[in-house]
Design a protein around this ligand. Sequence first.
Ligand SMILES: [Ca+2]
Ligand SMILES: [Ca+2]
Ligand SMILES: [Ca+2]
Ligand SMILES: [Ca+2]
Ligand SMILES: [Zn+2]
Length: 387
Amino acid sequence: MRPRPALFAVLTSLAATALAVSNAVAAPTPPADSVSPAVAPAATDTDGDSLPDTWETNGYDANGDGVVDVNLPALGANPKKKDLFVEMDYMSGRLATTAALDRIVQVFASAPVSNPDGTTGVAIHLDAGSARGTKYDLGGGNEVTYDADLNPSGTQTTAIKTASFASARKAVFHYMLWGDSYDGGCSSGQAFNIPNDTFIVTVGPKCNWNATDDINVGTFVHELGHNIGLKHGGADHLNYKPNYLSVMNYWFQLGGVLKADGTKYWGYSSVQPTSINEARPDERVGLGSLGAGYLTKWKCPNGTTRTTAGAANQPIDWNCDGDTTDSTTAADINGDKTTSTLIAQNNWANLVFGGGAVGGGSELQSKTPASELQELTHEEWTEMQHR
Ligand SMILES: [Ca+2]
Ligand SMILES: [Ca+2]
Ligand SMILES: [Ca+2]
Ligand SMILES: [Ca+2]
Ligand SMILES: [Zn+2]
């Protein structure tokens, strides 16, 4: 937000004083030295996507010179529907296919998120420049120089972003990069902070990812999820919770959330099934009624992985002893060697729009390496598939 003109501050301060006087009966007058500075009224944002109505209606003038720099209405913004804009730059061979981009758009379009215009879903606008046809060309995405290892990832991503992303877009667009690998490792991606405005997807050849559309879609949606406030455990960072039916959960990032009808879902959780107390998980209730549409996965005490044979509202053998009747036996169901209560989250009901510079905030420093942002590696994914 730009500083307000001094005259406006004075007028606002006078108005606040007048208001305080008129309310004198209701509110005790504070001591003179405790009067807080007047705060500028927040811009109206009818749909809550962090993009003010004025930007979505008239365009965004980044430097205040009266010329629109980012023409949001022309880019498809709607002041009464939640919009997400993502500029995608890419190294050679790394950009997801048009089919994968279509799937990402569909995940957001079908989200159970309501809008002031009466529709549901989030409109995500992906910009690959000219590489994937007019549908994904908002004039910004471009190929960048191939670097098989972004190292250090925060610094090198910022350098590429600075060179390849119009600074006027920072308040509107998330920035992402389809790369190969980073920090000398084989992690699938990185969002640097939660929430944030920047992320990378790094499922490239250096670590033999052989990235399919599934892997590209799951990782893109996962990393963007961090940008919009989502964590590996919902409100916390506990991973591998069987009741957290989201691509934010490593069980499901690369293989999809498993539906009871045999299909896979590549988005965020839309239900919050019952919590599981690992000190005495009740096998008889499974994930409860909200687990009805899903299968799930969990860890046995010997470290092996199980997947439910049927819908997860049925009883589940959490301690893997062959019955589904235990209710007082401890079991480390998410395999983190601690006993916790595993609490799920309805992700779609907890999105945070406006991370980092998006919506006019400040850019954030990279927090990596941070424990909550150590992402799924190729080795972990290979292990997961073979157990
Ligand atoms: Ca808005
Ligand atoms: Ca909007
Ligand atoms: Ca059992
Ligand atoms: Ca545990
Ligand atoms: Zn993650």
